[in-house]
Design a binder for this molecule. Structure first.
Ligand SMILES: [Zn+2]
Length: 316
């Protein structure tokens, strides 16, 4: 799920517009098959994920096309992790919901990933908001980042939410939506919220409490552990390895996955993909430890600016 946003009722009717498209880099032909349905065809140059996008609720054709292009851009930006989309195909359900977002706030107040019968990203949007607002918003990037990992046990949901929260900021910086300083500021503010949230709980205890009672602890302790793993991998390898590299190897071996992984199973698998373990040592140090991971010095490192958040102009 997306971060500090409100849950939304998703039982809404209305017209249904379906778009099916592979990731496009150059030009595409557009074939309109009816007033409410269109199909985009193109040849993928690198990544060949198919986005199967459906719209529920009232969205006019012009905004549906603009939102489709936006989703396409978000999916393409995922290549800034390891050069390809994590999955061959994903369904995206866009639900029009104008309640409560007219006066500012996010144009995408709620999002989630479901994995019943294949991954589906659901995004609740206010289609009346200008399209620029969608490009500046992180919710879709957060939800797509969930696809970097398989379904994780709720007992360690700080891993799924934490890695998505880390990558939402990393990817928004790499695609130029955030400056490096904005990305660092957003991460730092998130960590501050996480540190202040339920300090008496460990990440595993916070996961057991649930998102409604320990949201910031769950999201940002996990993001801190993702940051620590990323930096340790980069420092010890002279930049040859990173969290991006490990996730790329994991995608090759293990995605798509139709089962639920425990946190220790996932981290053990990550460690099997590198020479010296990084992930299980972090798990043993922090997963059952109260307080918040030590990230203050890590946040000062120049490699965050020069490597982690650097804009990728050519993701391939
Ligand atoms: Zn999430």
């Amino acid at each position: 799920m997306s971060g500090p946003k409100q849950s939304t009722d998703c039982n809404k009717g209305g017209s249904d517009i379906r778009h099916k498209l592979p990731i496009i880099f150059v030009t595409c032909a557009v074939i309109l098959t009816s007033a409410y349905a269109s199909t985009y065809h193109s040849v993928a140059r690198a990544s060949d994920v198919t986005l199967d996008i459906s719209f529920s609720g009232s969205v006019n054709d012009g905004k549906a096309a603009a939102l489709t292009a936006w989703l396409h851009a978000v999916a393409t930006s995922m290549e800034n992790v390891y050069g390809r989309f994590p999955l061959p195909e994903v369904r995206v359900r866009v639900v029009s919901d104008r309640r409560g977002t007219d006066g500012g706030g996010s144009p995408v107040p709620f999002g989630r990933v479901t994995r019943n019968g294949g991954e589906m990203v659901e995004l609740f949007v206010n289609p009346d908001r200008p399209i620029e607002d969608f490009y500046a918003d992180w919710t879709a990037t957060h939800e797509f980042s969930h696809l970097l990992l398989p379904r994780i046990s709720y007992k360690q949901r700080w891993i799924s939410e934490g890695f998505a929260s880390y990558y939402q900021n990393v990817l928004m910086a790499r695609n130029g939506s955030y400056t490096t300083e904005q990305a660092l500021k957003k991460l730092s503010e998130g960590f501050a919220r996480g540190r202040a949230s339920r300090p008496e709980l460990s990440p595993n205890e916070a996961a057991r409490e649930g998102v409604s009672k320990a949201r910031y602890k769950i999201y940002w302790s996990g993001a801190a552990i993702a940051l620590l793993a990323d930096v340790e991998l980069r420092q010890r390898s002279g930049g040859l390895e990173s969290l991006d590299v490990v996730l790329g190897r994991f995608q090759e071996c293990c995605l798509p996955s139709r089962r639920r992984w425990s946190g220790t199973e996932l981290f053990t698998q990550f460690d099997s993909l590198i020479d010296e373990p990084v992930f299980m040592p972090l798990y043993r140090r922090y997963a059952d430890t109260r307080g918040f991971p030590e990230i203050e010095r890590t946040l000062q490192l120049e490699l965050l600016r020069t490597d982690v958040f650097a804009v990728r102009t050519n993701p391939n």
